[in-house]
Structure formats: structure tokens, C-alpha cells
Design a protein around this ligand. Structure first.
Ligand SMILES: Cc1cc2nc3c(=O)[nH]c(=O)nc-3n(C[C@H](O)[C@H](O)[C@H](O)COP(=O)(O)OP(=O)(O)OC[C@H]3O[C@@H](n4cnc5c(N)ncnc54)[C@H](O)[C@@H]3O)c2cc1C
Length: 636
């Protein structure tokens, strides 16, 4: 572990993140507009429909996958912590490792939407299998190779990957979790730059213990920018068989028991220059772009998991009779069931919409994807919690134990263990909110920041003043009037029109509120996470309302009239949450809450922790373990 002085400063961390950010918006984005107080529904409505030809093409694979999953023994996988090689081989043979890889390279050549539908189906059965397939295809080599690979790299690696060579994405290190500026793995140029020597250790690398190929992010020599050195991170394709690649440890977790995840050590691994992905110094940007689209799998998986939990919960709520009625008739459980269905519909709407927009190619889905990841994994977690509560004691009991007692082995406790990580990996909920907040204020920052920036020159300030005078006198007043105030607006949505009018009015309110917060806090707003995150949550709820209404209208056109009731309940509940977030936007208790947190951080309230056996101190735990061992030996 690096010492404190070796770790990147906050400024450096921000600079590295900022340099790797995609700062340009090349395509439209509904969510970006939302944060600017606009509601361009035409960008997401009509709801994107999957091409029937694509459904037909994907159907043989989906059938094979389904038939395989029905046979998979997930309790055995969970119990043993291993995915049997026969399963992996069967997945290889049906093409499950090359779903999106073009046919010319031996893949199935299916679309992103077919891919995420497959992952949703896999998740509804087995999280460890999702981890295997998704770490390979969402963030593993096929994804950056598609986006940034040269023709030669594609010719060399796609056919292997399509046949089932497993790949892994190696970004995280002990000190570089959410903050890649701390990365220590180095890639030192040798042979006049014809090759590099990679040395370092990557942590929690999913598929790492089974992978043939790695995408490794490593530090190449700093470049000098305006007289100061700037860290460079470069992405490399590294082969497992190359000397110096070693699996140092297999990690085990609370859930996803069979995930092939480990610490991968690289010791002077020679990597030829032609294995650089994209360009030297573009590695972090590559990782972030890969994650931007790659993280569309998790929202779909979360929705797939939620559907399975909904099915298990409604069956049990109808079957289980207590106090003279099925538990689903008692209001407390009925509410859970209703919200579970409404939220599952919303999650699937968000995921389907975002994937559909990504497939258009002209749409910038960065913000939509981040919201989808954050929103669906958080709602998914609430759903698994409710499902466990509805199943009562059986929810807490393992499937094996239920089976042994002759009861249906519904694996809710496994679903809970497997799904908790969704809020952490591929960008934790906090990092997603930070990312969304950064983009939400971006336009204001670009327009006006130089006015309050102490480092800005006189000419920068004058230019900023010009931009401010051009933008705000029109933008701000126009955020007070809009379609949402006209009672007949969005009439084509029938019963749901009122929700869209609400969303339009509150999108303008959100735009105004972010502007007010900018004026109130100035550059300090960047650090006001509690305020910013509430604004992000409002934006996420508004996006969810819009996505859900658009999907409901689409479903009605296909004869699924019940979609209206699901969307209506979802929107009503989302509106309550939005009203509450606006009411408390500036957090009346934030200052006190933060002050107390800092006291806690300093240990000022450690007296509260008396009378317990601590779990945080490694040495105490070690001493305790050796005491137990000594006692056991003495007892013998
Ligand atoms: C099962 C599993 C699989 C994984 N697979 C991979 C993989 O395949 N490849 C790979 O490279 N990595 C992988 N990871 C790593 C994963 O992406 C990281 O765990 C994640 O990025 C968070 O890093 P961290 O755990 O070090 O948390 P930290 O960065 O230490 O964060 C701890 C907490 O602080 C919060 N936090 C951090 N910074 C801020 C901030 N500025 N403001 C507010 N809150 C903040 C975080 O959200 C989190 O709640 C995996 C991890 C696990 C557990």
C-alpha cells in the first residue's frame, strides 16, 4: 500500500480525471438538456423499438442460452464457488463469449440490445455466470477492441475472443479504486519504444484468474504540460501466457461465489508497442469510455434480476396465508408488491431506452448510462430487500436448506448476496453521482466559471462575461414558462399526460435550481455533494418518469394496456420523491450532519463503541484468532 505522501493530491486526482473526461458533446442527450432546465421529449419518444429482424437473428442463440440456463445448477455453483468447465465450454460453443463480435471474425454479430437481453436472462438465473460473460464482453477486451482497436489488433484478437478466449479488464489497484490517479502499475518503454515492461499489481480483476487476455491500464512516462509533469495512463493488451504474468491471489466475496476474480501480478512483462490500445496516454480515457457504454449491462441485469424477484414474490404473496388472508392482501405487503412491479417496469424502461439510444449512434448516452447504472442498481437492491421481507424466514434461508426440508428452493438470500456489489463496481453510486453532477453543471462552468476563477486572466474573464451576457438573459427567464403549464400538453399520453407536464415543469425548476446553487456557492458548489446529489437524484427521477411514460405508450400500442397502471403508480411515487428532494435541496441539516461526521472521523465519539469486539483492527483480529487457536489446542 502506498504511503499518504505517495498518493495523488486532491488537485492531481481532479486534474487526471478532468484530462480523461470526454469534454465534448458530439451527440444529443436528453439528460444533459434536463439539467439545463429543458425537456426535449422528442429525443426519447417514440420509445426505441428493437428491430424485428434483429430479434429473429438473435432467437436461435437466445433459445440455446435459455435451454442451457434451465439446466444450470446455480446452488451448486454458489456452494462450491466454482463454475464447472463443462458449463464454460457449453457457453463457448453456443457463442456466448462473442455475442457482439462481428460475424466476419467468428462472433455472433448480434446487437447491443440482444447482448443485454441475454445478460438479463443470465442474471435472472445466476449472477456468477453474468460476471463471467459480462466482465469479458462489457468491459473486457471485445469492448475496447471494438471502440479503439486497429484493424490488425481486431484480426489478431477477435477470432480468439469469439471462440471463447476469456478476457479481463485490469484497472483497479490497492490504492486506485475510485481514484485512478493513484495508479502505481508502470509501463516503461524499452528497445527505443518498440516495447514496454509492465510491472505492478491489479486488484479485484474479474475473470483475472481464468483469463487468457487482459486489458491493463498502466502509467507510462509523465508528459510536461505548462511546465508541470502530468500523469499518463496507457491501455495495453496483455496475454496471460507472457512471462511475468501471475495470479497472486483469488479473491472471495459475500456473493458471486464463483466469480473468477483475483490479484494479478505483472513483473517486467514485455509488451510490444503494437499492443497499445488507442494511443499512449489515452488509457484512462479509454477505460472511462469503455465503462460509459459497458455499464449498460448492469442496468439490464438489475432489471432481469428484479423480474425474477417479482415473480417469486407475487407467487409467494398469493400462496402464503397468515392472519386469515394471503399476505399479498395485507396492505404492508401489498404496497411492497405494487412498488416492486412498478419499479421493475421503470428499470426495464430505463435500460431499454438507454440501450436503444446507444444503438442510434448519434446520441451521447454518457449521462443516461450513468443514471441507468445508479438508478437500476439502487432500485434493484430495494427490490431484493423487499422480496426477502415478503418471503419472511424463507427469504433468509439458503436454497439448499429449503430443498432439504422439502420446500421450493427459492434463492432469495443468494440474490441478495449476489446483487449488493452492483452498487459498487463499474462506478460506485457515489462516483456515478459525482460524474453526473460534473456534467450537470458543465454548461454553467464553461460559460461563467472564469468570472469567479482566481487563476483566470483578464481576457478570460472578459470572454466569460461576453458568454454570460449572451446566454443567461434569454435562458433564465425562459426557464419559468413551458409546455407543462398548458393543461392539454402531452395529450397523446392520455392518463399519463399529467406526469409529463409535471416532469416538464420540474425540469425547468431543476435548471433554475442548479443555476441558483451556482450563484449561491460559486466554485464551492463542486464540493457540496449533499446538495449536488439531490439535484442529480431529481434529474434521475425525471428521466425515469419520461422513460417510463414513453415505454408505456409503446407497450399500449403493442396491446399491453396494463403498462399504464404500472407507469402511473411509478410516476406518482417518483413525484413524491422529487417534491421531497426539492423541498430539502439545500439540506436544512447538512451542516450539522457534516460537522458530526468530522467529529466521528476524528474519533471524538469513540466512547460510543465501548463494550464490543472491534472488527476494523487487523492486529486485534489476528491476536483474537491466535488466542482461539491456542484455546482449541489446549482443550485437546
Ligand atoms: C467483485 C468485484 C469485482 C470487480 N471487478 C473489477 C474488474 O473487473 N476490473 C477492475 O478494474 N476493477 C474491478 N473491481 C473494482 C471496483 O470497480 C472498485 O471496487 C470500485 O471502483 C470502487 O473502488 P474501491 O472499492 O477501492 O472503493 P474506494 O474508491 O476506496 O471507495 C470507498 C467508498 O468511498 C466512496 N468514494 C470514493 N471517492 C469518493 C468521492 N470523491 N466522493 C464521494 N464518495 C467517494 C465510494 O463510492 C465508496 O463508497 C471489482 C470489485 C469487486 C469487489
Amino acid at each position: 500500500m502506498a504511503t499518504k505522501s505517495q498518493l495523488a493530491s486532491e488537485t492531481e486526482a481532479r486534474e487526471v480525471a478532468e484530462a480523461s473526461r470526454e469534454s465534448e458533446w458530439t451527440g444529443a442527450s436528453f439528460v444533459r438538456e434536463l439539467f439545463l432546465g429543458r425537456f426535449p421529449l422528442h429525443l426519447i419518444h417514440p420509445y426505441p423499438e428493437t428491430d424485428p429482424e434483429e430479434i429473429r437473428r438473435a432467437s436461435p442463440f437466445m433459445e440455446k442460452l435459455k435451454e442451457f440456463l434451465v439446466r444450470v445448477d446455480s446452488d451448486m455453483i454458489d456452494r462450491t464457488g466454482e463454475i464447472p468447465e463443462e458449463y464454460v465450454q457449453e457457453l463457448r460453443e453456443m457463442g456466448a463469449f462473442g455475442i457482439k463480435i462481428p460475424r466476419e471474425y467468428g462472433g455472433l454479430g448480434l446487437s447491443y440490445s440482444s447482448y443485454v437481453k441475454a445478460m438479463a436472462m443470465v442474471t435472472s438465473k445466476d449472477g456468477s455466470l453474468t460476471a463471467l460473460l459480462s466482465a469479458h464482453q462489457s468491459i473486457g477486451l471485445p469492448q475496447p477492441l471494438t471502440l479503439f482497436g486497429t484493424d490488425e489488433q481486431k484480426r489478431r484478437y477477435f477470432p480468439r475472443l469469439a471462440k471463447g478466449a476469456i478476457s479481463a479488464f485490469a484497472l483497479t489497484e490497492v490504492d486506485a479504486g475510485s481514484d485512478p490517479a493513484n495508479m502505481e502499475t508502470t509501463a516503461t518503454p524499452i528497445e527505443n519504444g518498440a516495447a514496454y515492461l509492465i510491472s505492478g499489481e491489479k486488484l479485484w480483476c474479474t475473470n483475472g484468474t481464468r483469463a487468457d487476455l487482459f486489458v491493463v491500464m498502466a502509467r507510462t512516462p509523465d508528459v510536461i504540460v505548462k511546465g508541470t509533469p502530468r500523469k499518463q495512463i496507457t491501455a495495453f493488451i496483455v496475454e496471460k501466457q507472457w512471462p511475468g504474468v501471475e495470479i497472486a491471489h483469488r479473491c472471495r466475496f459475500m456473493g458471486l461465489k464463483a466469480i473468477e476474480n483475483g490479484v494479478i501480478r505483472f513483473t517486467n512483462v514485455r509488451v510490444p508497442r503494437e499492443n497499445i490500445l488507442w494511443e499512449e496516454g489515452k488509457g484512462l480515457k479509454l477505460a472511462l469510455i469503455t465503462l460509459n457504454t459497458g455499464r449498460l449491462t448492469l442496468p439490464a441485469s438489475a432489471a432481469g434480476g428484479a423480474k425474477a424477484l417479482l415473480q417469486a414474490s407475487r407467487t409467494w404473496a398469493a400462496e402464503r396465508v397468515q392472519w386469515g388472508a394471503p399476505i399479498g392482501k395485507h396492505e404492508a405487503i401489498a404496497r411492497k408488491l405494487s412498488l416492486m412491479a412498478a419499479n421493475t417496469f421503470a428499470m426495464e424502461s430505463i435500460s431499454g431506452l438507454t440501450v436503444g439510444l446507444a444503438e442510434r449512434g448519434t446520441y451521447d448516452i454518457r449521462l443516461e448510462a450513468a443514471i441507468a447504472k445508479m438508478y437500476n442498481t439502487e432500485h434493484g437492491w430495494r427490490i431484493v430487500d423487499d422480496a426477502l421481507q415478503i418471503r419472511g424466514g424463507r427469504g433468509y434461508e439458503t436454497a439448499d436448506s429449503l430443498r432439504a426440508r422439502g420446500e421450493t428452493p427459492v434463492p432469495i438470500e443468494r440474490a441478495m448476496r449476489d446483487s449488493r456489489i452492483n452498487l459498487i463496481f463499474e462506478g460506485s453510486s457515489e462516483i456515478m453521482r459525482l460524474f453526473i453532477a460534473r456534467e450537470a453543471v458543465d454548461h454553467h462552468f464553461k460559460t461563467a466559471f472564469a468570472l469567479v476563477d482566481k487563476k483566470a486572466s483578464g481576457s478570460d474573464k472578459r470572454a466569460a462575461l461576453g458568454r454570460v451576457m449572451k446566454f443567461y438573459p434569454f435562458w433564465y427567464p425562459s426557464r419559468w414558462i413551458g409546455r407543462g403549464q398548458i393543461p392539454t400538453s402531452f395529450g397523446e399520453f392520455g392518463k399519463l399526460a399529467g406526469h409529463l407536464r409535471y416532469a416538464e415543469r420540474h425540469a425547468r425548476k431543476l435548471g433554475r435550481s442548479i443555476f441558483h446553487a451556482m450563484v449561491r456557492y460559486g466554485p464551492k458548489l463542486e464540493r457540496k455533494q449533499m446538495v449536488l446529489f439531490r439535484a442529480v437524484d431529481i434529474g434521475a427521477e425525471l428521466f425515469a418518469i419520461a422513460a417510463t411514460c414513453a415505454r408505456a405508450k409503446y407497450e399500449v400500442s403493442r396491446g399491453n394496456k396494463g403498462a399504464i397502471a404500472l407507469a402511473d403508480v411509478f410516476c406518482r411515487e417518483a413525484r413524491l420523491r422529487i417534491d421531497d428532494l426539492f423541498e430539502n435541496l439545500y439540506g436544512p441539516t447538512d451542516d450539522k450532519v457534516y460537522k458530526l461526521s468530522q467529529q466521528v472521523l476524528k474519533g471524538e465519539h469513540a466512547w460510543l463503541e465501548s463494550g464490543i469486539i472491534g472488527m476494523a483492527d487487523y492486529e486485534t483480529v489476528q491476536r483474537w484468532e491466535s488466542d482461539v487457536e491456542a484455546e482449541t489446542l489446549a482443550a485437546r
